[in-house]
Design a protein around this ligand. Structure first.
Ligand SMILES: [Zn+2]
Length: 432
C-alpha cells in the first residue's frame, strides 16, 4: 500500500472554497483517500505544496493533440481556407510515428500546465493511446470519420474504423483511456452514413464526440439540405440520443440550446480557436443557464496556438462576457468549474474535484509570484492570472507526472527534439 501526501498548501474544494489542508492519495487505487487539516495525515511519500494551491487536474475537453506538429505553420486565415490550403495537405503526409511524436509533445505541454485529462479527435489512435499510457494521463480517444471526398467503400470503412477503434481501445492504460465514436461533423459525414452507423454506436453504448455549429458558414447548407437547424438534424439522425458532446456549439439558436439541455448533450467550448479563426462567440452563459454541461477545450495547437488551459479559462470568461454583453456573465468560479468538474463529466471520468473518493488527479500551483500577489481571491487568480508555467507538480491517478517542474514520465528534451525534427521533415514532404 503506497500513499502520497500533498502537504503544506491550500486546497480548492468542490464548492470553490479554499482551505488549508493536506491531501492523501492512494497510488494503488488512484483515488483521493482524505482531505484533512494540516498535520493530521501521513503518507509514504510527500509532495511539497508550501505556498501552493492544490487544484483538480484540468480537463481539456476538445483537442487534436498531435496537431502540435502544425503549431504556427499557418495563421490568420478563416477555417475553410486554413483547413484546405494549409492543414489538410500537411495532415495527408502524417505517419504513425509523426502522430506519436506530436502526441507526446502535446502531452508534455499539458502535464507542464496542469492538465491531466483530454478528449482527443484524430487518427492513428493506437499511437495516441500508447502515448497517453506512458504519460500516465486520462483520455477519451477516438478515430475521426470523414466521408466527404470518399467513395462509398471508403466512407463506410472510415465509420466502421471509428466504431472498431472505440471498441478496441476502451479501458486501455489500466482504464485511464475511454473512447468515443466520432463523426467529424454534420457537414463532413453524409446523412446516409450517419443513419447507418449512429444506431450501431448507440447499440454499443459508445459515447459520441463531434464538431457542430462551429462557423456560420456551415449552418446554412444544413438548413438548405435538411430543412432544419444543425442540432435538430443531429437529433433526427440519433446523434443526441446517446452520451454525446459537441465541440464548439458557437452558432446555436434558442431552440438548439433547449434541445441540448433536453437531450443532456454537452458542449466543449473552445474560445481561443473560435476567436483565432473568427468563428464567432458561443452563447456560453445561455447554455449554462439552460442547464447544458459546458467544458473547455483548447482545440488543436494549430488554431490556438498552445494547450494551456489557464489561457483557455481566461479566454472563456472574457469571450463569454462579450457574447452576453454582460460583465457578470461566465464568472471566475464558473470557468474553473468548466475546466475541472464539467470537463470530467463530459469525458465520463470521476475526476475534476478534490474530495475523498474522487480520482487522484491534481495540480499544485506556485503562488509565490508577482503576478499572483496579493491573494485576495484565489479562484479569481485561477481564472484570470495564473499561467500554465506556474504549475509546480502534476499528479494523475495518484502518480506524480511532474515534480518540481521536472516531467517524470517522459524525457522532455528528447520529446521536444523528436517532435521538432519530425515537424520539419513533414512540412518538407508536404511541399515537395
Ligand atoms: Zn476540433
Amino acid at each position: 500500500m503506497s500513499e502520497l501526501l500533498v502537504t503544506g498548501g491550500q486546497v480548492l474544494r468542490p464548492d470553490l472554497t479554499v482551505e488549508r489542508a493536506d491531501v492523501l492519495v492512494s497510488q494503488d487505487s488512484g483515488d483521493i483517500v482524505a482531505v484533512d487539516e494540516p498535520g493530521t495525515l501521513d503518507g509514504d511519500d510527500e509532495l511539497d505544496a508550501e505556498n501552493g494551491l492544490v487544484i483538480p487536474g484540468l480537463v481539456n475537453a476538445h483537442t487534436h493533440v498531435a496537431m502540435t506538429l502544425l503549431r504556427g505553420l499557418a495563421d490568420d486565415k478563416p477555417l475553410d481556407a486554413w483547413l484546405q490550403e494549409d492543414i489538410w495537405p500537411v495532415e495527408a503526409e502524417l505517419t504513425a510515428e509523426d502522430i506519436r511524436a506530436g502526441a507526446e509533445l502535446g502531452l508534455v505541454e499539458m502535464i507542464r500546465s496542469g492538465t491531466t485529462a483530454l478528449s482527443d479527435m484524430y487518427f492513428e489512435v493506437e499511437e495516441i493511446a500508447e502515448a497517453v499510457d506512458q504519460a500516465g494521463m486520462r483520455a477519451a480517444l477516438g478515430f475521426t470519420a470523414v466521408t466527404v471526398g470518399k467513395d462509398d467503400e471508403g466512407a463506410r470503412a472510415d465509420l466502421q474504423e471509428s466504431l472498431d477503434v472505440a471498441r478496441k481501445l476502451d479501458g486501455r492504460a489500466d482504464g485511464r483511456v475511454r473512447t468515443t465514436f466520432q463523426p467529424h461533423s454534420l457537414t463532413t459525414v453524409g446523412e446516409e452514413y450517419l443513419r447507418e452507423f449512429v444506431p450501431k454506436a448507440l447499440d454499443e453504448d459508445l459515447s459520441i464526440h463531434l464538431h457542430a455549429n462551429e462557423t456560420a458558414d456551415e449552418v446554412a447548407p444544413i438548413v438548405d439540405e435538411h430543412g432544419m437547424r444543425p442540432l435538430a438534424y443531429a437529433d433526427d439522425v440519433g446523434l443526441l440520443d446517446g452520451d454525446t458532446y459537441v465541440a464548439h456549439g458557437v452558432h446555436v439558436d434558442d431552440s438548439e440550446i433547449d434541445l441540448l439541455a433536453e437531450t443532456d448533450t454537452g458542449v466543449a467550448h473552445c474560445p481561443a480557436s473560435n476567436m483565432k479563426l473568427a468563428s464567432g462567440m458561443a452563447p456560453v452563459q445561455d447554455l449554462l443557464d439552460a442547464g447544458v454541461t459546458v467544458g473547455i477545450g483548447t482545440d488543436g495547437a494549430a488554431s490556438n496556438n498552445d494547450l494551456d488551459m489557464f489561457d483557455e479559462m481566461r479566454d472563456a470568461a472574457m469571450l463569454g462576457k462579450l457574447a452576453a454583453d454582460d460583465a457578470s456573465a461566465v464568472d471566475a468560479g464558473t470557468v474553473v468549474e468548466m475546466a475541472t468538474a464539467n470537463g470530467a463529466d463530459l469525458l465520463g471520468f470521476d475526476s475534476g474535484r478534490i474530495e475523498a473518493g474522487a480520482n487522484a488527479d491534481l495540480a499544485v500551483i506556485d503562488l509565490d509570484a508577482p503576478h499572483l500577489t496579493p491573494a485576495h481571491d484565489l479562484v479569481s487568480h485561477l481564472a484570470y492570472a495564473v499561467h500554465g508555467s506556474d504549475v509546480r507538480h502534476t499528479v494523475c491517478d495518484g502518480e506524480v507526472l511532474m515534480r518540481d517542474r521536472t516531467v517524470e514520465v517522459f524525457d522532455e528534451v528528447a520529446v521536444r527534439d523528436r517532435a521538432a525534427e519530425r515537424a520539419a521533415a513533414l512540412v518538407e514532404r508536404a511541399e515537395s
